[in-house]
Structures are given as structure tokens and as C-alpha cells.
Design a protein around this ligand. Structure first.
Ligand code: UD1
Ligand code: MG
Length: 453
């Protein structure tokens, strides 16, 4: 069976009061439309077609790397008109599944059910019962409880407005029927629009069976019209993620303050404190402890790592039993080997830190390679940049860097070398020796401190 997914995304989104097209606003760190596209992709369709209008260039630019078929709807004349624009690009045999670009939490499983329910003589319609049906199209059923049509809020009588079963808008049917019905839609309704929902009545007239399916949760079919609804769905999503991880053996000290904006893989008995934000692709081992107010962006972490509060880590690998923070910043290209330690107010960038090595306080280590068991004293700076190029600093196994040293790269600190505190090291320091560039200490016996007369 050929499957084509049509995503409607031409609406203006005026209630967002935004220069950004509505479907590019983000939920869990990803545009609304990307959520819908991912759900569509999960069905392995032959084609995904997105109907765009307002702000179309920005939307297309964002998704330029995806295999999407874009269809322009010049004027937003209604959902029926929007779908009609796609029909010339769809073969008669295809099953067409219609989704909305601003309904981000729809689940693949629900859509699979809709698609599976379609054949030449059935139309599959996703509906849901709600206590707050205002604004939605209502589902009208006949004496035999069969769906006979959808009536929009603005066209419904007060009696019809009491109906609690609403149209989610998501529907699947053969293109053969859409091609028959859509060109004949009329806009003689309260909004003067070509309603896609009018196809339900036409399907009944053509003796199709209306197969009604329901989503697992209401959140799946809720749309975003304003920023309040966006925030509300964001929380729904985060609550669901938090529950999933807790049920899989992760302790979240406050599941209300957990934010996943990407993907997370995590072992058992890991504990995550409040206000941790996880972005991109993050993998955490077992028995890891993540302190409060930590941001992890594309990080791989082994078992039993301890991340103390207020630490920011981006594009880094942290092997088992390392300790980082509080207030540390690990920038892209940081790789901490087993049991390394990075303490407070330390910035590390593009650096490999060997097993058991320590950078405990107030340092900048960039473009560097540290061997095993290196001890970097407080206030050590790698001077890696000459104004034009970056250069490398190497600290070999068991090197000891005295506090407040400046290592002017390119430079190599030899194995077991000791650097005296306060040194500026601009030539390689030999293995096993003390190297020091400190000015000699003097005491002036004749000097007297001035006194106020
Ligand atoms: C629609 C349904 C309604 C349903 C509700 C669910 C119709 C007539 N009504 O109403 O039964 O309960 O969704 O949320 O279909 N769009 C276009 N081009 C257009 C018009 C709309 O691409 O010309 C897109 C919008 O960007 C949006 C979607 O279609 O993603 C739905 O449009 P919207 O105007 O929000 O329809 P509703 O009035 O909410
Ligand atoms: Mg709507």
C-alpha cells in the first residue's frame, strides 16, 4: 500500500504574536513541525507533503535537509482547500493521512492505527471526548451511533455544541475519494472556508464506513494556538518523559523540574537533582549523580560519575568515576578519562585529561593533552592562542603544575616534571625536574613604610 502523509502548516498562527512562523516555535527543544514530521517518518510513508503559506521560506529553510515535498497554499481558504493543493501530486491508489503542523505530540502508534483502518470502503477518523469541546468541530452520530458528519463550532446549534466528542482533524482515507470529494466542496458556512471536515458527510453518502479511533491521551491531539498552550504541552511532554525514566530506574528528585530537550539514555540508580536540563543526545551510566542546576548538552558519561551543581557540559565525554564541579564548564572536545577530577571555576576546552588527573580550582585548560595522574594547581592557564592560531599544551604523566602558572603553548611539560608556582613556562620543561621562572625573592632591610605626619 502506498502511503502519503499530508501535514497542514499554512496557517498564520496570529495568536502567537510572533515574527516566527508558529510551527517553528519549539517544544522540548524542537520545532512543533519537526515533532509532526518525526511522527510521520515513523510510518515509513512513500511521501511526506507539507502545505505551507505564511512564513514559508523560514520553514523550508529550517527543514532543508529533510526529504519533504512542499506545497504552497497562496491563500488560506480552509483545511479542505489546503489538502486539495496536494492532490495533483498524489496517485489515486495512495492512502492519505492528514496531520496538523501545530499538533506536536501525536504518537506513531495512534497514526499506525488510523492507517491500518483504511481500505477502499473505509475512512479512518480520530476523535476524542473532552469536557472542553469549545472551538472544535463536533462529531454528529445517527440513531445507530454511526458517525454521520462533523459540524464546526461556529456552525453548530446550541444543542450540538453540548456534544463532547470532538474532531481532532486527523483523518486517513484513499486519495481516490479525496479527488472525488474535495473539488466539489462549498464554502457556504459561518467562516466562508472550504472545510475538510465536510468530507465525512460525503463519505457517508458514498457508503463508506467511518472507522473511529481514539488517541491514548488528550495531549496527543491538542494543538498550539498561543504561548500558553505551548507551555502547557511542554509540561505534558516533560511529565511523560520524567515518568518514563522513573519507571525505568532513574531517581528524579523533582520530576516537575526535569527538562529533556533531546534524547537521553541512562543506566540504573542514577540520581538527577532539580533543574537539570538535558539537550541533544546524552548518555549517562549507572549510579551517576547529577547535581542541581546542571546543563548537559551532547554528553556521554560512564558509571558513577558525580556532577556537582551549576555545571555546564557541552560535547564532552566523561568516563567512569570522574568528578566535576560545582561551577565547572566543560566545552566541546573535553574528554575526561577514568577517575579524573575537574573542580570549581575551571574551564576545559578541546582537552584530554588522563586517568586520575586533577584540575581542582580556577583554571583554563584549552587545546591540551594531560597524561595520567597530572596535578594542575589552582589558577593554571594554558595560553593557547597567539592572536592568530591555537597551540597545544602537553602535560605528561605525573606532571605537577604549581599554582598560578601560565603555560605558553606550544609547550610540553615532561613526565614527572614539577613547575614552580607562579611560573610562565614558554619552553619545554624536562622530565622529572623542577622548572621555575619565578623572580627571586628579596627582603629590603632598610625600607620603612611611610607614616602620615
Ligand atoms: C479544524 C477542524 C475542526 C477540528 C480542529 C482540531 C476544519 C474545518 N475544522 O478546525 O473540526 O476540531 O481543526 O484542531 O478542518 N490550515 C492550512 N490552510 C488553511 C487553513 C488551515 O494549512 O487554509 C492548517 C492550519 O495551519 C492548522 C490546521 O490546518 O495547522 C487546522 O486549521 P485551523 O484553522 O486551526 O482549523 P480549526 O478551526 O482549528
Ligand atoms: Mg486550530
Amino acid at each position: 500500500m502506498e502511503l502519503v502523509v499530508v501535514i497542514l502548516a499554512a496557517g498564520k498562527g496570529s495568536r502567537m504574536y510572533s515574527d516566527l512562523p508558529k510551527v517553528l516555535h519549539q517544544l522540548a527543544g524542537k520545532p512543533l513541525l519537526a515533532h509532526v514530521m518525526d511522527a510521520a517518518h515513523s510510518l515509513n510513508p512513500q511521501k511526506i507533503m507539507t502545505v505551507y503559506g505564511h512564513g514559508g521560506e523560514a520553514v523550508q529553510a529550517y527543514f532543508k535537509d529533510r526529504a519533504i515535498h512542499w506545497v504552497f497554499q497562496k491563500e488560506q481558504l480552509g483545511t479542505g482547500h489546503a489538502v486539495a493543493q496536494t492532490l495533483p501530486h498524489i496517485s489515486d491508489q495512495a492512502t492519505v493521512l492528514i496531520l496538523y503542523g501545530d499538533v506536536p505530540l501525536i504518537e506513531s502508534k495512534t497514526l499506525q492505527g488510523l492507517v491500518a483502518a483504511v481500505n477502499q470502503k473505509t475512512l479512518a477518523l480520530l476523535t476524542v471526548e473532552t469536557d472542553q469541546p469549545q472551538g472544535y468541530g463536533r462529531i454528529l452520530r445517527d440513531q445507530n451511533k454511526q458517525v454521520c458528519c462533523v459540524i464546526e463550532q461556529k456552525d453548530a446549534t446550541p444543542e450540538q455544541q453540548k456534544i463532547r466528542e470532538i474532531n481532532t482533524g486527523m483523518v486517513a482515507v484513499s486519495a481516490h475519494w479525496l479527488k472525488r470529494w474535495l473539488p466539489t466542496l462549498k464554502a457556504n458556512n459561518a467562516q466562508g472556508e472550504y472545510y475538510l471536515t465536510d468530507i465525512i458527510k460525503r463519505a457517508v453518502e458514498d457508503h463508506l464506513t467511518i472507522q473511529v479511533l481514539h488517541p491514548q491521551t488528550l495531549a496527543e491531539v491538542e494543538g498550539v494556538n498561543d504561548r500558553k498552550q505551548l507551555a502547557c504541552l511542554e509540561r505534558c511532554y516533560q511529565r511523560a518523559q520524567a515518568e518514563k525514566f522513573m519507571l525505568a530506574g532513574v531517581t528524579l528528585l523533582d520530576p516537575q523540574r526535569f527538562d529533556l530537550r533531546g534524547t537521553l539514555k541512562v543506566g540504573k540508580d542514577t540520581v538527577i537533582d532539580a533543574n537539570v536540563i538535558i539537550e541533544g543526545q546524552v548518555t549517562l551510566g549507572s549510579r551517576v549523580r547529577i547535581g542541581a542546576h546542571v546543563i548537559l548538552n551532547n554528553v556521554i558519561m560512564g558509571d558513577e560519575v558525580i556532577i556537582k551543581p551549576f555545571t555546564h557540559i557541552e560535547n564532552a565525554v566523561i568516563e567512569a568515576r570522574c568528578e566535576v564541579g560545582p561551577y565547572a564548564r566543560l566545552r566541546p572536545g573535553t574528554h575526561l578519562h577514568h577517575h579524573a577530577k575537574v573542580g570549581n571555576f575551571v574551564e576545559v576546552k578541546d582537552a584530554i585529561v588522563g586517568e586520575d588527573s586533577k584540575i581542582n580550582h580556577l583554571s583554563y585548560i584549552g587545546n591540551a593533552e594531560l597524561g595520567k595522574n597530572v596535578n594542575v594547581g589552582a589558577g593554571t592557564i594554558t595560553c593557547n592562542y597567539d592572536g592568530a592560531y591555537k597551540h597545544k599544551t602537553t602535560m605528561k604523566d605525573n606532571a605537577f603544575i604549581g599554582s598560578n602558572s601560565a603555560l605558553v603553548a606550544p609547550v610540553v611539560i615532561g613526565e614527572g616534571a614539577t613547575i614552580g608556582a607562579g611560573s610562565v613556562i614558554y619552553e619545554n620543561a624536562p622530565d622529572g625536574k623542577l622548572t621555575i621562572t619565578r623572580a627571586k625573592q628579596e627582603t629590603n632591610n632598610r625600607w620603612q613604610r611611610p607614616q602620615k605626619q
